[in-house]
Design a protein around this ligand. Structure first.
Ligand SMILES: CC(=O)N[C@H]1[C@@H](OP(=O)(O)OP(=O)(O)OC[C@H]2O[C@@H](n3ccc(=O)[nH]c3=O)[C@H](O)[C@@H]2O)O[C@H](CO)[C@@H](O)[C@@H]1O
Length: 351
């Protein structure tokens, strides 16, 4: 039920969908309960949250920051400029929040959150962090000492009492979705397995290459494949390609399996929608966190975790062919994502 209380909040988090979508889920949930919700969202210049927020959550005031990620190795001279960007963004944020007077800040990772967290700390405004991965990202590591609480998606990420295990909030449909929804994506035979193939929010050439070999042999299942290279798959009639699908979670609700990278938000969705699938962790992830994420999900024979350099195409196909397809009358009924509720219940300023 909506209440008439006023709530002013600052949000930040992004650079990739994995950081942005959890923030969006919490924001949408808050919006259900507060009639007078005012939000400033600090975004990464040119990245996903900046592009999608105006349609995903038009009510938020969007303020773009210049802070960029550090160059590796860290002793790169460019990092001197990066430090200056953080300083100047911190000053900019400070000025804005001094006037705006938010009740708290909610930050979900990505380098853009560093100046926002520093400014909130300087202004003595409490802020909360959310970590999607099994190991803390750099920004969250830096900011955690000043955060009021750090919400984590895996028990093993907890470092002290300030850390609270909540899970990772995922986007969820608010209405029923029938299996026939797949027809909107070109699929005709709803009896056949529908497998979603994608490489996180940024795409993956390696997954494209690997699946090409699968499609050369496997002609029965239907595949909805998200790729920057749609042309490559034109010849396969059972493969339906898209460059990006805005509401991928709606498709997850009625599909049977996934082949994907092991980004934390994707994994939370796989769990929430109870999908089977094959995970191919991205080796470039900081401290190999995608592998750690994936191994914590590996369960009950529903999930296989494989190394992209050691793929056996026949075994791969065999695994996919053991996934149980949903029946054609299947209807997804809305359910609440506990992680979002856990977070809201643990923010002291929300009454
Ligand atoms: C390269 C990089 O930095 N990767 C990180 C990034 O991944 P990335 O942004 O790829 O994150 P995830 O795989 O966790 O999440 C991707 C999100 O994008 C959505 N989606 C994807 C494709 C599409 O067409 N439509 C769509 O909506 C998915 O449903 C999901 O909600 O953040 C994750 C969470 O912090 C980390 O675990 C990853 O290691």
């Amino acid at each position: 039920m909506k209440n008439n209380k006023e709530l002013k909040v600052v949000f930040s988090g992004g650079g990739t969908g994995g950081h942005y979508y959890p923030a969006l889920s919490v924001l949408k949930y808050l919006n259900k309960y507060y009639n007078k919700l005012e939000v400033i969202y600090f975004t990464t210049k040119g990245r996903i949250e900046e592009k999608k927020l105006p349609t995903d959550f038009p009510k938020a005031k969007l303020i773009s920051l210049n802070t960029k990620g550090l160059e590796r190795p860290l002793y790169n001279v460019k990092n001197i400029n990066r430090a200056f960007e953080v300083l100047s963004d911190t000053r900019k944020v400070e000025k804005i929040i001094k006037e705006f007077k938010p009740v708290f800040g909610f930050l979900t990772g990505g380098y853009v959150t560093v100046p926002v967290g520093l400014a909130l700390k300087k202004q003595n405004i409490p802020f909360y962090l959310h970590e999607q991965n099994s190991t803390l990202g750099i920004s969250n590591k830096v900011l955690s000492r000043w955060a009021k609480k750090v919400f984590v998606s895996y028990e093993e990420t907890k470092l002290n009492d300030k850390f609270i295990f909540t899970g990772n909030p995922v986007r969820t449909p608010e209405k029923e979705i029938p299996r026939t929804y797949l027809r909107n994506f070109g699929i005709k035979d709803l009896n056949k397995r529908c497998i979603l193939v994608f490489g996180g929010s940024l795409g993956s050439n390696e997954i494209d290459e690997l699946m090409y070999k699968v499609y050369e042999k496997e002609k029965i299942n239907n595949y909805i494949h998200i790729t920057k290279n749609q042309e490559k798959f034109k010849q396969f009639p059972n493969v339906f390609t898209f460059e990006y699908i805005e509401n991928l979670y709606e498709l997850m609700a009625v599909s049977d399996g996934v082949v994907s990278r092991a980004g934390a938000t994707t994994l939370a969705e796989i769990q929430f929608y109870d999908l089977s699938g094959i995970l191919i962790p991205w080796k470039g992830s900081a401290e190999n966190h995608q592998l750690k994420n994936a191994l914590s999900l590996k369960k009950e024979g529903k999930i296989a975790v494989i190394d992209e350099e050691k793929v056996e195409t026949d075994e791969f196909i065999n695994f996919l062919n053991h996934i149980q397809p949903k029946n054609t009358e299947f209807i997804y009924t809305p359910k609440i994502n506990k992680a979002t509720e856990n977070i809201i219940n643990n923010i002291d300023e929300i009454l």
